[in-house]
Structure formats: structure tokens, C-alpha cells
Ligand binder design. Structure first.
Ligand code: UD1
Ligand code: MG
Length: 452
């Protein structure tokens, strides 16, 4: 059987108004990824799977996000908000190409899965003209109700237009719909706006399909999967559902989460085998954690790679572009950014390593600061293999420290250090014999005179 082609139209024209945000709604994030990105990731991929995103006027940022996630995404602007069917038709040009299946999804329902899209498409392959995703709503107020007769879907009635009897129905429209792609334009063009809101309702497609003598079916899913996001409270609820899913997937994949409910993961976090994550860890987007690595409590990691058997934390912060080689270790209050720490490197306490490359097995002592920024430009620091940087040293970039070099504690290093050299930059120490005793005596005497 040949694979059916598809066009997914994602409606993403919403403003951030009810989010009390200047940002378009679909750019808000769940598990470190925009709402839109979640939907685009779940939508059909690959050969024969086209993607259209309907955006609001002045929402170039939404179009950019769509392209970032799916290079094949084409954006269409809905100039006026005249309803969901009107929004779909903004992508008329793409729909007119006539894919086998037309899928419509909302950009603000990030919990939808690829499997559900597949389930929704299945009836089309068997001759149905329309399949709608339904769910049993705990509180159906506000949702479109799915009206069935003898088990057959006959219509979807919007809450505002429903009779008291129809409002008792709890089977609701999730908003995701699949239409026969060859008939889609004919169906969509027949949708009018004779309803209480004067909007072109996509849901009216069901009655039109029935009038055409064609089949319309319901595919059910859980309410959690189709939670729509309109405000910050719903955004937080979706985050909780997503985190629960990600934690379960990590546990199923063999990751040890000592207290799963305290660990925040990103949708794209990648784990090797035998990874352990202690309580209270936050992992942002773009993080890979290799076999046997341990992330200790209160660490925060974004866009970083953690090598085999590496150890992070407690209280470490890995910012974008950080990479730890095999067995490398960063400890409490260590911050890294755009820094590669090769195998076996140790930075155990209180350090900042930014825009740097640290060779294998080097040791950076407590309080080592890589001064990468001069107030105007960022500069790079390279430290060779097996180097030792004494505590409380400032390494002023741009700087090269050679292999096996040794930096004396408390140094401010501004010049390159050759391989195997020892660099010390600090004032000479002077010891005065008996000086402390004399000083004490003098002060005690002064104190006694003041009292007397
Ligand atoms: C819609 C459904 C309802 C369903 C509910 C599920 C319709 C008519 N109603 O209602 O049956 O139970 O979702 O959450 O389809 N949009 C545009 N342009 C428009 C109008 C809407 O892009 O002109 C987008 C919105 O940004 C949103 C989506 O379409 O992403 C749904 O619109 P919304 O106004 O939230 O519809 P609901 O009243 O929630
Ligand atoms: Mg809605």
C-alpha cells in the first residue's frame, strides 16, 4: 500500500492577550519548547507530509519558529479573525494541492501525540470523509459538543449555540480534525457564518459532510492530551502533564530519578544508560547525558553535553555550549558556558569557565575565574592537557596556558604560559618575626587606656 500524503494546517493566530503577555500565545513554552513546536513535532513528518501554519498579522516570530522546527513549514497570514474555518482557508493555496489527508490542529494544544494524528487519519484511508478527535470533558462548558445518532456523528454544536439538552453531552470536540484532502476545499467553502458569533466554524464541516452523503467519525482520546492553553494557569497545568510524561519516559528508559517529581526535563533531553539524576535538578533544552553520568542535586543545565561517567553538581550550572568529557567533574558553584572540558578534567568548587577549552585531566582549583569578557568583546582561553590552576586565580582572556603548566594560587594571569612552565603573579610575601605578638600587645594596651 502506498503511503498517503498529508497536509497539516496548524491554527496559530491567537494573541497572548489572555496570557497577559506581549508574546503570541503559541510561543509560550512547555518543557523548554514552544507550544507550536510541540504540535509541529507531533504532526506527520517525512515524505509526502506538508505543513502549513496560519498566523496572525505581525506574527513573523511565529513563522520563524515554525521554520526553525520544521524547515518545510509554510506560513499563511489570517488578516481578520473570522473563525476556525476561515483560518483554515487562509492556507487555501496549500490545501488546493490536494493531499490525501488534510489535518487541522490548534497551535495551543501542545500535548497532542503523533500516535493520535495517526489514529485520526486511519478512517480516511477506509473511506470516511471526516474524522474528528473527541474527548470526555470533566466540565464540557465552552466546548463544541459531538452530537451522535445511533452511534453516528451527525453534527458538532458550539456551546453558545447548543440547546440545554445538547449541553448535557460530555463528548466534546478537541479541535483536531482530519478531512478527505480531495474534497476538503469543497467542504470548507460551504461553511457559512449563520451562528450566534457570526464566525465561520470549522465544526460545521460535519453537517456538510453528512449532507453530501459521506461518512464522519469520532476518534476518542483523553482530556489530558487535548488541553488547550489560554492562560498561565493552563500553561502550568500542561507543563505538569508534560513533565509527568517525560519523567515516566526517562524512568522507562532506565534513568534513575531519585525523586522524579522534583526533576524538570526538556522534551528533547537525551539519556544514555545508567544515568542518575538526584533530586531538584532542572534540565533545559538541548541536553545530552551519556552513560553512567551522575547529575547531583540543585544543578541547572541547558544546551550542554555530559560525557560518560561525568559528574555534575551539586549546585552546578551548565550554560549553552558546555561539554564535559568522559569522567570529567564539575562541583558546587561551578558555572560553565561555551566551554569544553575534556576527559578527566576536574573543576570541583566555585569557578567560572566561559569561552574556554580545557585539555584532558587538567585541574582548576577553587575560585578559578576565566575572565572571558572585557566589557566589549568575549575572548577565548585554552588550557592544555594536565595543567594545574591554583585556587583563586583569574585567567584573563585571550589566553593560552600550555600543557602541564602550573599556575600559582591567587595569580592574575594575563600572558600566555608555555608548556610545563610555572606562572606565579602576586606580591612577594614578607614574614616579620614576632610581628603578630607585638601588634597584639599594642592593641591590647590601647584598649586598656581607652577604658581607664
Ligand atoms: C474550538 C472549537 C470547539 C472545540 C474547542 C476545543 C470551533 C468553531 N470550535 O472552540 O468545538 O471544543 O475549540 O478547544 O472550531 N483561530 C484562528 N483564527 C480564528 C479563530 C480561531 O486562528 O479566526 C485559532 C485559535 O488561535 C485557536 C483555535 O483556532 O488556536 C481555536 O479557536 P478558539 O477561539 O480557541 O475556539 P474555541 O472557542 O476554543
Ligand atoms: Mg480555544
Amino acid at each position: 500500500m502506498s503511503v498517503r500524503s498529508s497536509l497539516t494546517v496548524v491554527l496559530a493566530a491567537g494573541e497572548g492577550t489572555r496570557m497577559r503577555s506581549a508574546q503570541p500565545k503559541v510561543l509560550h513554552k512547555v518543557a523548554g519548547q514552544s507550544l507550536l513546536a510541540h504540535v509541529l513535532d507531533a504532526a506527520p513528518h517525512g515524505t509526502g507530509a506538508a505543513l502549513a501554519v496560519v498566523i496572525g498579522p505581525n506574527h513573523q516570530a511565529v513563522a520563524d519558529e515554525a521554520r526553525r522546527v520544521r524547515a518545510d513549514a509554510v506560513s499563511f497570514v489570517q488578516a481578520e479573525r473570522l473563525g476556525t474555518a476561515h483560518a483554515v482557508l487562509a492556507a487555501r493555496e496549500a490545501i488546493a494541492r490536494g493531499a490525501d489527508d488534510l489535518l487541522v490542529a490548534f497551535g495551543d494544544t501542545p500535548l497532542i501525540s503523533a500516535e493520535t494524528f495517526a489514529r485520526l487519519r486511519a478512517p480516511l484511508a477506509e473511506g470516511a470523509a471526516l474524522a474528528v478527535l473527541g474527548f470526555r470533558a470533566a466540565d464540557p462548558a465552552g466546548y463544541g459538543r459531538l452530537l451522535l445518532e445511533n452511534g453516528r456523528l451527525m453534527a458538532i454544536r458550539e456551546h453558545a449555540d447548543a440547546t440545554a439538552e445538547e449541553r448535557k453531552v460530555t463528548l466534546c470536540n478537541a479541535g483536531v480534525m482530519a478531512l478527505d484532502g480531495r474534497r476538503a476545499l469543497e467542504i470548507l467553502d460551504r461553511i457559512g457564518n449563520a451562528n450566534s458569533k457570526g464566525e465561520y466554524y470549522l465544526v460545521d464541516a460535519v453537517e456538510i459532510v453528512r449532507d453530501m452523503g459521506l461518512e464522519a467519525v469520532v476518534i476518542e482520546t483523553s482530556e489530558d492530551e487535548v488541553r488547550g492553553i489560554n492562560n498561565k494557569a493552563q500553561l502550568a497545568e500542561a507543563e505538569a502533564v508534560m513533565q509527568a510524561r517525560l519523567r515516566k519516559a526517562a524512568l522507562d528508559a532506565g534513568v534513575t530519578l531519585v525523586a522524579p517529581e522534583t526533576v524538570y526535563l526538556a522534551a528533547d533531553t537525551q539519556f544514555g544508560s545508567d544515568v542518575t539524576i538526584e533530586p531538584f535538578v532542572v534540565i533545559g533544552p538541548g541536553v545530552t547525558i551519556d552513560d553512567g553520568a551522575v547529575i547531583q542535586s540543585f544543578s541547572h543545565i541547558v544546551q550542554s553535553e555530559i560525557g560518560k561517567k561525568a559528574s555534575v553538581g551539586p549546585f552546578s550550572r551548565m550554560r549553552p555550549g558546555s561539554s564535559l568529557g568522559e569522567g570529567a567533574k564539575i562541583g558546587n558553584f561551578v558555572e560553565t558556558k561555551a566551554a569544553t572540558l575534556e576527559a578527566g578534567v576536574k573543576v570541583n568548587h566555585l569557578a567560572y569557565v566561559g569561552d574556554a577549552h580545557v585539555g584532558a585531566k587538567s585541574n582548576l582549583g577553587a575560585g578559578t575565574i576565566v575572565c572571558n569578557y572585557d566589557g566589549f568583546f568575549k575572548h577565548k582561553t585554552t588550557i592544555g592537557e594536565g595543567a594545574f590552576v591554583g585556587t583563586n586565580s583569574s585567567l584573563v582572556a585571550p589566553l593560552k596556558i600550555g600543557k602541564g603548566a602550573y599556575i600559582g594560587s591567587g595569580s592574575v594571569i594575563t600572558k600566555d604560559v608555555p608548556d610545563d612552565a610555572m606562572a606565579v603573579e602576586r606580591g612577594q610575601q614578607s614574614n616579620r618575626e614576632g610581628g603578630a605578638a607585638r601588634y597584639r600587645e599594642m592593641k591590647l594596651q590601647a584598649k586598656a587606656e581607652k577604658k581607664g
